[in-house]
Design a protein. Structure first.
Length: 261
């Protein structure tokens, strides 16, 4: 029987060790490569928050202010950084609550990033968020406000659920045009004019405040029918009770398109 020499046994051990070293190196390189793709740590404490109370001049404006969406809406579970573009520096943050939970319509998507409409000034503000740490939903609804004909329409999956005369902003205090979204739903029996108020992610272009608030435009009712079809409000959209009851059922984040038709 042939005897195995010591150097032959050692050569086999060295070869096995070399293979292990190569595999370990590949694993480390792969790990480091993945770390390059990881989101950098952002100090959220130094970023301004996007809300109806704030103005964030660095926010990019909506590139398609009268365009539609596919209905995707997202909810940030925690304070989330906002970016002017994918992989750019963050300029602000958005929290999980505004008037209730924050649901934002997605207007664009790009490789793990989502562009959303924001509730802060100026009107038509947007921001990019990483597509992580978000709850997703889809709204089949669309609200259209026409300040020229002074009407409001509600659609579900492209089918009309109704069209009503509405009171819109007066000439000196117009209802802002462009696409915005249903930001909240407030029920307050102490409000005599309308116990139900549906704030939008848009603001009066001429008033910094009204009713003690920051000038946020809303859809709400009105006790007198003579305002419906008139340009009479401080910027809000006043609607009949039957319209408000249907609009109140629309999920937060639903797109609202306001034009001059």
């Amino acid at each position: 029987m042939r005897k195995v020499r010591a150097n032959e046994r050692g050569g086999g051990s060295i070869g096995a060790l070399a293979v292990l070293l190569v595999l370990a190196t590949v694993a480390v390189v792969g790990f480091l490569g993945n770390r390059k793709d990881a989101a950098p740590v952002v100090d959220l404490t130094v970023l301004p928050g996007s809300s109806t109370q704030t103005t964030i001049a660095a926010a990019p404006l909506d590139p398609e202010p009268f365009g539609g969406t596919d209905g995707l809406v997202v909810h940030p579970r925690t304070q989330t950084a906002l970016y002017s573009a994918p992989d750019a520096e963050p300029f602000a943050k958005i929290g999980p609550t505004q008037f209730g939970p924050t649901w934002l319509p997605v207007v664009s998507k790009l490789d793990g990033w989502l562009q959303v409409l924001l509730p802060s000034k100026p009107n038509r503000s947007t921001g990019w968020v990483r597509d992580e740490g978000l709850d997703r939903a889809s709204s089949a609804y669309l609200i259209r406000v026409h300040t020229g004909s002074r009407t409001i329409e509600l659609f579900e999956n492209g089918k009309s659920l109704g069209s009503w005369k509405a009171g819109v902003g007066a000439k000196a205090t117009p209802t802002p045009s462009g696409r915005t979204f249903l930001l909240g739903s407030i029920v307050d029996s102490k409000r005599s004019a309308s116990p139900i108020v549906l704030p939008l992610g848009a603001h009066s272009p001429t008033l910094d405040t009204f009713g003690g608030g920051p000038g946020t435009v809303a859809i709400h009712g009105w006790p007198r029918p003579d305002v419906f079809g008139a340009a009479i409000s401080a910027g809000c959209v006043r609607v009949p009770k039957v319209a408000l009851s249907k609009l109140q059922k629309v999920p937060l984040g639903t797109l609202v398109l306001i034009d001059g038709k």
